[in-house]
Ligand binder design. Structure first.
Ligand code: ATP
Ligand code: MG
Length: 234
């Protein structure tokens, strides 16, 4: 469950205050798949960064699974994030000096989980990359790197998965596979999935679309989720 209560963000820039997010209040029940849409500059990435605790709001409160993350200090936040939140970026953000397998293993090792290697191999297999574990990010295509990033985001089975335009740099067929993979993992692990996208077709797969405009929620609509296609990746 994610609860945003009058969440605000403004920055002081060039001698004046720029409001990026006006008070936004949202309740996202556990396990829901929400698409966040809106024009460039409307505040989507800002909202997601705040939900992930990667950025501090100017006001308001964020509760995730009944913990108020906006009151945590850096250490508490880092620990909370490690256990509860998976984040997928548009630009993958893999560690270039580590192999695919090692990238997936990192969050498991930070958590001190036993069997990190086995779990990482299982995750790479789930995203169809079992044979690429020894490859470095530069040796993988964009779609493959994003699959590694998704495996990493799901490594610790976080109850909340946040994805900021995860298919923005991919062709539409590869993007479609990435979305199917996110949906499959979301279903299998009952994770709450908040996905920023510009693509109406991708948003159509969600149960709900929140549309931002100038830092405000302009529209919040529930929709019947599309039936899942067959597993796109094996
Ligand atoms: N740290 C910052 N300092 C100044 N302005 C910022 C900062 N972060 C974001 N902004 C501004 O806030 C607005 C919202 O930015 P944000 O990145 O959230 O938009 P977005 O909806 O994700 O856009 P896009 O679709 O292009 O990714 C933009 O006008 C941006 O320039
Ligand atoms: Mg953005």
């Amino acid at each position: 469950m994610i609860f945003l209560d009058k969440l605000r963000k403004s920055v002081f820039i060039g001698g004046r205050t720029l409001t990026i997010l006006h008070p936004v209040s949202l309740h996202i029940p556990r396990g829901q798949f929400v698409a966040v849409m809106g024009p460039s500059g409307s505040g989507k990435s800002t909202l997601l960064g705040l939900m992930a605790g990667l950025d501090a709001p100017s006001g308001g409160e964020i509760r995730i699974n009944d913990r108020v993350i906006t009151r945590m200090n850096e250490d508490e936040l880092a620990r909370f994030r490690g256990v509860n939140i998976g984040f997928v970026f548009q630009s993958y953000q893999l560690i270039p000096t580590l192999t695919a397998l090692e990238n997936v293993q990192v969050p498991l090792e930070i958590q001190g989980r036993a069997g990190a290697g086995a779990r990482a191999r299982e995750l790479l297999a789930a995203v169809g990359l079992q044979s690429r574990g020894g490859h470095y990010p530069a040796q993988l295509s964009g779609g493959e790197q994003q699959r590694v990033a998704i495996a990493r985001a799901f490594a610790c089975r976080p109850p909340v998965l946040l994805a900021d335009e995860p298919t923005g740099n991919l062709d539409s067929a590869t993007g479609g596979q990435i979305i199917e993979l996110l949906r499959a993992l979301h279903r299998e692990q009952q994770a709450t999935l908040v996905l920023v996208t510009h693509d109406p077709e991708i948003a159509g797969a969600a149960e709900r679309t929140v549309r931002l405009l100038d830092g405000k929620v302009a529209e919040d609509t529930a929709q019947p989720p599309q039936p899942a296609r067959a597993r796109a990746l094996r």
